[in-house]
Ligand binder design. Structure first.
Ligand code: APR
Length: 237
């Protein structure tokens, strides 16, 4: 288990041109979360849900990692076992920065992949940036069942949270970058760790600053220098 956990959200990819969810102009202002991201979205609103994620998948094709992704990649390379990189993001910007699939824990799924809707099968396929229907007619090559975006919808099981919970138990140094804290309650994690840093663009009503040792309201690409230095100091001490 790692001593340092870096938990990121949509804010870390904002400077790469990928929309956040709850900021003004964010995705949930334009789309109804209950229509395209709920446990029953595929049953009730299949076409619009598939189309929504097809658009999101196509959008990330030309997006590039920013300085914050690249610095985190360097930190992970240097302190492999001591740092866990955990993200709520479904984009592939950490991977584009050179991180391997094992190096990044995606809590809410991974956009370039689709999954079989048959739970007994659950095969996952990498389709890159293509529309879901363009891959084997939208059906699982293994069992013929319809495929779905490999995204965790609200109300669905999120198996990768087991990894988050396991990492948190041993975490001494907790870093939060670019999340409003509406989905993951970061305060209790911060309070439990010896040292914690919060970096967002601005204050979030879902996060109390008091549990954090350092709070940086700035772009992630600016804040990451200080964060990286603090992690170096901690791990080299
Ligand atoms: N640098 C740092 N932080 C930023 C930047 C930036 N350049 N731009 C925005 N932020 C911060 C905002 O201040 C905000 O606190 O990123 C946060 C984005 O919050 P949300 O849009 O709520 O995104 P996130 O917390 O990742 O959402 C969690 O909710 O909709 C679901 O599954 C979806 O994974 C997502 C989850």
């Amino acid at each position: 288990m790692a001593k340092v956990v870096i938990l990121s959200g949509a804010g870390i990819s904002a400077e790469s041109g990928i929309s956040t969810f709850r900021d003004s102009g964010g995705l949930w202002e334009e789309y109804d979360i209950s229509v395209v991201c709920n446990y029953d979205s595929l049953d009730k609103n299949e076409d619009i849900t598939i189309e929504f994620y097809d658009k999101r998948r196509a959008e990330i094709e030309d997006k590039e990692p920013n300085y914050a992704h690249r610095v985190i990649k360097e930190l992970k390379d240097k302190y492999k076992a001591d740092i866990a990189v955990i993200t709520q993001n479904v984009d592939n910007l950490f991977e584009k920065a050179g991180m391997s699939a094992e190096d990044v824990i995606h809590l809410h799924g991974f956009m370039p992949t689709v999954a079989c809707r048959n739970e007994q099968c659950s095969e996952v396929y990498d389709i890159g940036y293509k529309a879901l229907s363009s891959f084997n007619d939208g059906k699982c090559p293994e069992c013929g069942t319809k495929l779905r975006p490999n995204i965790v919808f609200f109300g669905e099981a999120a198996p990768m949270y087991e990894r988050l919970n396991a990492e948190i138990k041993k975490c001494e140094f907790f870093v939060v970058i670019g999340t409003s804290g509406n989905v993951i309650e970061v305060n209790s994690i911060a309070a439990f760790c010896d040292y914690s840093i919060l970096n967002n663009l601005e204050q979030s009503s879902a996060i109390a600053e008091r549990d954090f040792d350092k709070v940086i309201y700035d772009k992630a690409s600016n804040a990451i220098e200080t964060i990286a230095q603090d992690i170096h100091n901690f791990l080299e001490a």
